[in-house]
Design a protein around this ligand. Structure first.
Ligand code: IMP
Ligand code: MG
Length: 181
């Protein structure tokens, strides 16, 4: 496939590979929650593309809800400091909840979200991520479902952005130069 931007060095996972893997993980999730209902919680905006693709591959009844976060730059605040900018619409008390992430990198974001969600009394709470970069993990968090482990390179596509661009690419690509923001 021809890269859509000059910033792209190489394609890591093609659209076909991404779709195939999401179908496999959707089947694993369906097996775990069989007989019940599941609430998928997406983190705006990065996980929107993954969440909608995943939801279509899950064959137990699914509800969805979203929150958005603001991360503070490490120049102005403690590294990994995150706050909820837009909260969920509904309660998750007593529900089976799956936090759907685009990528778990240092783990700070997921840890913060898991703490915030756990305090609301869900019946169960797990994490599903499209991409996992365990080589950069600083805080350990339980990732129950992952589509791909990736190397320590900045990636775009499938919801992941470089300066808010390229979220709509169907594939996952490595950026040519240094790490973006
Ligand atoms: P963490 O708190 O370090 O785990 O960071 C997770 C967040 O950093 C993700 O939700 C993304 O918004 C962003 N991020 C980390 N790595 C990448 C990348 O390679 N491409 C695009 N965004 C990234
Ligand atoms: Mg981002």
């Amino acid at each position: 496939m021809r890269p859509a931007a000059p910033e792209i060095e190489r394609i890591l996972f093609t659209q076909e590979q991404v779709e195939q893997r999401i179908a496999e993980v959707g089947a694993e999730i369906s097996d775990k929650y069989r007989g019940g209902e599941l609430k998928l919680i997406g983190v705006l905006k990065g996980s929107v593309f993954f969440l909608t693709a995943l939801a279509k591959r899950i064959d137990v009844p699914v509800k969805i809800d979203f929150l958005s976060i603001s991360s503070f730059s490490s120049k102005t605040a403690a590294p990994g400091l995150v706050r909820i900018a837009k909260d969920l619409d509904d309660s998750i008390e007593g529900e089976e909840v799956l936090l759907v992430e685009d990528i778990v990198d240092t783990g700070f974001t997921a840890r913060y979200l898991l703490q915030s969600l756990a305090a609301r009394g869900p019946n169960s709470l797990s994490v599903c991520t499209l991409l996992d970069r365990t080589s950069r993990r600083i805080v350990q968090i339980p990732v129950e479902f992952r589509c791909f482990e990736i190397p320590d390179r900045f990636v775009i596509g499938c919801g992941l952005d470089y300066r808010q661009l390229y979220r709509n690419l169907g594939y996952i690509a490595v950026m040519k130069h240094e790490r973006g923001q």
